[in-house]
Design a protein around this ligand. Structure first.
Ligand code: O7E
Length: 210
């Protein structure tokens, strides 16, 4: 089973397409964030789908009023994105505006040290919101497997947990999958490596071994 998501945080269109194509065999999906959209335009979403045949997750971390979230999400889903990531702290109306347009992933906690300041204290409420709205999934930190276990224990069955922070940020794929993650999101350890295909293959093997 494929549980690896490539975080394709490069600016250049050609580099992005090349890395996506050579790693696609080992991926469940490709995640596109602001660096690639700023560098290459929204059309990259459509191109990545054509080149890889994989789902594309648009990680724009939408955090605006419902109308603006909707205006952005409409164009991004229109470009072919299969999933859009939104922040939950803006409230249920803002999240619903995205969910009305397509499959949504809600951030309930983040992987960096600063996430402890404001997001972690709100995680319980963000989980409640998620359980009420039942989106496709949530984002939780691979850097803190104990938090992934906690989030899993509170989250309704069927809601997926996607975890960034493996590799460059110090998280370990095996640990976080055992803690209850469904997918791992990996960027630099793949796209900055000498051989992105081989790095993705190794991570995929590690996942299969869990
Ligand atoms: O550290 P890397 O290079 O493996 O990249 C991790 C990717 O996951 C990168 O795109 C970053 O923006 C994203 N991410 C985190 O690292 N931590 C988070 O808490 C959340 C995300 C993310 O994917 O957000 C989705 C909302």
């Amino acid at each position: 089973m494929k549980r690896l998501i490539l975080a394709l945080d490069v600016y250049e269109r050609e580099r992005a397409l090349e890395i996506a194509e050579c790693t696609a065999d080992y991926l469940w999906a490709v995640k596109v964030n602001w660096p690639l959209i700023i560098g290459s335009g929204l059309g990259i979403v459509t191109e990545l789908k054509q080149v890889t045949g994989l789902p594309v997750i648009a990680d724009l971390k939408l955090a605006d009023i419902p109308n603006t979230n909707g205006l952005i999400a409409r164009r991004v889903f229109g470009a072919g994105a299969d999933y859009v990531i939104a922040h939950g702290f803006t409230g249920r109306d803002s999240v619903k505006a995205v969910m009305e347009l397509g499959e949504t992933i809600i951030v309930v906690e983040m992987s960096h040290p600063g996430a402890r300041e404001f997001i972690q204290p709100a995680t319980d409420k963000l989980i409640e919101l998620t359980n009420e709205l039942e989106p496709f999934g949530v984002i939780a930190p691979a850097t803190r497997p104990e938090r992934v276990s906690y989030i899993r224990s509170r989250l309704k069955d069927g809601i997926k947990i996607l975890t960034p922070g493996v590799g460059a940020q110090g998280g370990k794929a095996g640990e976080v999958l055992k803690a209850g993650a469904d997918y791992i999101i990996v960027g630099r350890s793949i796209y900055e490596s000498e051989n992105p295909r081989e790095s993705a293959r190794r991570l995929h093997e590690e996942i299969l071994g869990v």
